[in-house]
Design a protein around this ligand. Structure first.
Ligand SMILES: Nc1ncnc2c1ncn2[C@@H]1O[C@H](COP(=O)(O)OP(=O)(O)OP(=O)(O)O)[C@@H](O)[C@H]1O
Ligand SMILES: [Mg+2]
Length: 277
């Protein structure tokens, strides 16, 4: 069976993929990391989050994933309050998170088997996801035998194999070279066009955010909060080139850049390290 048929025949999981973050506060020790953060993400919306280093992007994503505690306020996905990882949420991190001693197929099927799926069904699903991300033929390879781009594809396959309603990605393409990064962006645009999960994608790249997102959320630091939400009116289907050519691209880039520049300058004033763009 082709990868797409497996996906089409099983469809999305139960419930809605809308995400609501209400009145979110987060402390680490006595440091207030996130303060009164409000964020609503629609079902099947693609949101990119940008913001200075240390503003709490990863922390927020981990809270949405049910991997970090919410100290105040509430996060809901569909009708469910997030208190632990939900089976309908896939997560992709920057450093791949692959087990080095397991093959690509085993890495991708692991969460499915852990969720109680039979080995045979998990294998079929995992193979379909591996094919979908362009890694067909790499089932039996170990992570050390893969390039950075291939590792990231494997990480993406693992998140997609569970057929999530929501996919959370934390700087997934930051560790690959610029050319591979653009290829992966286009592949993600295509994949997302096919299955349209709700996506929350953290990045330090303004270009990447504009290329991928329906909406870019700009966060500020000390404490972390949402300072601006910018709708990206560039029509889909998109390619990296079509986005760059769009008349709104340069003004959007400038607007986001200006917002980040001000925030980074404030971080430097406070003696913290600012992230390079
Ligand atoms: N487990 C932890 N214990 C204590 N402090 C933490 C912990 N995790 C994060 N922090 C602090 O919380 C703040 C936000 O961290 P976080 O990793 O969420 O930022 P970020 O926006 O993802 O940064 P970057 O862009 O560098 O990835 C930072 O000041 C960080 O030092
Ligand atoms: Mg981070």
């Amino acid at each position: 069976m082709a990868a797409d048929e497996v996906y089409a025949s099983t469809g999305p999981g139960v419930g809605s993929g809308a995400i609501e973050c209400r009145d979110i506060y987060k402390w680490f020790g006595t440091s207030l990391i996130l303060s009164n953060l409000q964020l609503s993400i629609a079902h099947k919306e693609f949101v990119c989050i940008v913001g200075p280093s240390g503003c709490g992007k990863t922390t927020l994503l981990r809270m949405i994933a049910g991997l970090a505690e919410v100290d105040n306020g509430q996060i809901t996905i569909g009708t469910q309050v997030v208190t632990k990882p939900l089976p309908t949420v896939g997560v992709v991190f920057q450093h791949f998170g692959l087990f080095p001693w397991k093959t690509v197929l085993k890495n991708v099927s692991l969460p499915l088997v852990a969720a109680g799926m039979s080995k045979a069904e998990a294998r079929t699903r995992a193979e379909a996801a591996i094919e979908l991300v362009g890694l067909k033929g790499s089932n039996d390879r170990y992570p050390s035998q893969l390039s950075g781009g291939m590792k990231q594809r494997a990480g993406l396959a693992r998140a997609l194999a569970i057929q999530p309603e929501v996919i959370l990605l934390d700087e997934p393409f930051a560790a690959v070279d610029a050319q591979t990064r653009e290829v992966l962006q286009e592949e993600l645009l295509n994949l997302w066009g096919l299955h349209k999960q709700t996506a929350v994608f953290v990045t330090h790249s303004i270009d990447e955010a504009i290329t991928l997102a329906d909406r870019v959320v700009v966060m500020g630091v000390n404490p972390g909060r949402v300072v601006k939400e910018i709708v990206i009116p560039i029509p889909r289907p998109r390619t990296v080139a079509s986005v760059r050519r769009h008349e709104q691209y340069a003004p959007l880039r400038e607007e986001i850049w200006d917002l980040l520049k001000v925030r980074e300058a404030r971080v430097e004033d406070q003696g913290s390290s600012a992230h390079e763009q």
